[in-house]
Design a binder for this molecule. Structure first.
Ligand SMILES: NC(=O)c1ccc[n+]([C@@H]2O[C@H](COP(=O)([O-])OP(=O)(O)OC[C@H]3O[C@@H](n4cnc5c(N)ncnc54)[C@H](OP(=O)(O)O)[C@@H]3O)[C@@H](O)[C@H]2O)c1
Length: 230
């Protein structure tokens, strides 16, 4: 069945690779971000997530007017933020929280039960979901929170499949401006292919780590529709 797929953070990196895959597979895809990737066959909607939560609510409602009948939400938006907690401004903290947690939460709240078939949710977290990092306190917190949002949604029988994919370092624009060596990191297309593979088949919940050196996928948990382990 061809689906309407909303990819938030679909203008670059893993999200853009996923968009390319689903467009070429014949699905109707909308990608969001702040830069139009000019992806042929996909709708682009500007969705700029800032520290302003009131604006976020308005922008989400506008976005959902412009792309409707959404079967699948893929949440990829995220960015690198470094610094001890007191190095971050109020706006830095709120923007990370809005991008990493408020926006996906509000999207699922609005998209649940809108169609006959239940909403499928795919969340791209990070190894920061399960690895505490001194210089990434808020990033780690939102990724852990996003993972727990996904795991909790699974217990709601009105929600469809939920995939939580936690990748390690990927060679994407995420690292622009840093001096990190990205040459040994995962390839975005390879990660996208792994996410597509993980999301296929029958399950209610799947949580997987996508690791590097060597590049591999380690499925941590899969549950069926009765929430029994598969
Ligand atoms: N790269 C890594 O090493 C790595 C590792 C683990 C997890 N991840 C996670 O994987 C996901 C995809 O990252 P990526 O590596 O593909 O990075 P990327 O190429 O930088 O893509 C990030 C996406 O998020 C969007 N985005 C970021 N901040 C935004 C904001 N404030 N408002 C709206 N959109 C925003 C970007 O859109 P625009 O550029 O158009 O604004 C872009 O589409 C992220 O959630 C990231 O945290 C990345």
């Amino acid at each position: 069945m061809k689906k309407n797929i909303l990819i938030v953070g679909g203008t670059s990196g893993v999200g853009l690779a996923l968009a390319r895959h689903y467009v070429s597979d014949g699905h109707t895809v909308c990608v969001t971000g702040r830069h139009d990737p000019q992806l042929q066959g996909a709708q682009y909607e500007r969705f700029d997530i800032s520290a302003d939560s009131t604006l976020l609510l308005k922008d989400i409602d506008e976005l959902l007017k412009r792309f409707q009948e959404i079967n699948t939400l893929i949440y990829c938006a995220g960015y690198r933020q470094r610094g001890h907690i007191d190095d971050l401004s109020d706006a830095d903290i709120l923007q990370m929280m809005n991008t990493g947690l408020s926006a996906p939460t509000l999207l699922v709240q609005r998209l649940k039960n809108k169609l006959k078939s239940p909403l499928k949710v795919m969340l791209i977290t990070s190894s920061s979901q399960y690895t505490a990092r001194e210089y990434e306190p808020v990033y780690c917190a939102v990724k852990a929170g996003l993972a727990m949002l996904g795991e909790s949604l699974v217990k709601d029988m009105a929600i469809g499949k939920v995939l939580v994919a936690a990748p390690a370092g990927i060679n994407t624009p995420f690292w622009e401006g840093s001096d990190e060596d990205t040459s040994t990191m995962l390839d975005a297309k390879w990660v996208s292919d792994a996410v597509v593979e993980l999301s296929s088949g029958a399950f209610k919940y799947k949580y997987a780590k996508i690791l590097r050196n060597p590049a591999r996928v380690e499925i941590q948990e899969t549950l069926d529709g009765d929430l029994n382990p598969i």
